[in-house]
Design a protein around this ligand. Structure first.
Ligand code: PAF
Length: 284
């Protein structure tokens, strides 16, 4: 039986619903999304549900986290289907603001949140300004929703670290929960951008997960990190990917590990196949 899903688009209505819950002592979990929801998102809703009495999800395609040549305009917008899915997944409230609600002075003139360190390198090098856009919109959403808990997927590993650090640095009283990546049967990490892939590309895209596994295995065998990264990038290039990076970093702060470090690490890949830029990672 689907949940009764309330839908709001403005900050005042959002506050009214959330304050009513808080006034009777209910705890609130929040799942920010850009919509076009799939099973991976619904797993975040389930995790949120298990932590708190109430679950709020937002759907907002955030302009400030897209570069000028990225897919902001093409990003799939499927709000009614998302609302139906959220109701079935047990979400209580959908917040789907317009750009004006989140950026009253326009996206260009907005306050910007920059999280130094973890925003740099990896996707930060290939998508300049992306994590500033993410941190900015998530900070705005956190201020509006004021959740006790916020839930993010571990597929966007660097994003999760950026948010965790922002929350600590700004003293936001929000517990950040990371949820494991959901995969297709062939190992491909679920993502809204998978729909840019043809059937053949979807099969080939599973090479990313296989490559991550070889990186983890090679680290276990004591091979040099740089050789492992180079071999992984070559393997992907041979399979037809345009590789942004195949990297091994410390899992807690994404810094470069020392040669002898073999645990507490994460292997990360970002690569393009056809129209899709895909990211994935595996803990070591
Ligand atoms: O992971 C996403 O979908 C987005 O980056 C987020 C966290 C909703 C911010 O726009």
């Amino acid at each position: 039986m689907p949940n009764e899903l309330a839908r709001v688009v403005d900050a005042a209505s959002l506050r009214e619903v959330v304050s009513a819950w808080r006034s009777v002592g209910e705890r609130v979990a929040f799942v920010p999304t850009m919509g076009n929801l799939h099973a991976g998102h619904y797993a975040l809703i389930a995790a949120a549900r298990s932590q708190c009495d109430r679950v709020v999800a937002s759907v907002f395609v955030n302009p400030t986290q897209f570069g000028p040549n990225e897919d902001f305009a093409a990003y799939p917008r499927t709000l009614d289907a998302d609302a139906a899915g959220l109701a079935a997944a047990g979400c209580d409230l959908l917040f789907s603001p317009t750009v004006n609600v989140l950026y009253p002075f326009g996206p260009e003139a907005s306050v910007r949140v920059h999280v130094p360190g973890v925003s740099e390198g990896l996707c930060g090098d290939f998508r300049p300004g992306h994590f500033d856009g993410v941190a900015t919109v998530v900070a705005k959403l956190f201020h509006l929703v004021q959740p006790d808990v916020a839930v993010f997927g571990r597929k966007d590993f660097q994003q999760l670290r950026v948010i965790e650090r922002m929350v600590r640095d700004l003293g936001m009283p929000i517990e950040i929960v990371g949820v494991d990546t959901l995969r297709e049967p062939n190992g491909l990490a679920m993502s809204s951008r998978n729909q840019y892939l043809s059937a053949d590309e979807r099969e080939r895209a599973a090479e990313i997960h296989r490559t991550l596994k070889t990186m983890r295995e090679a680290m276990g065998q004591g091979r040099a990190r740089i050789a492992i990264e180079t071999a992984a990038a070559d393997r992907l290039a041979q399979a037809g990917f345009q590789v942004d990076y195949a990297a091994i970093r410390r899992a807690d702060d994404l810094a470069l590990p020392a040669d002898e470090e073999r645990a507490g690490l994460v292997a990360l890949i970002a690569a393009r196949l056809g129209r899709a830029r895909l990211i994935d990672n595996l803990l070591i």
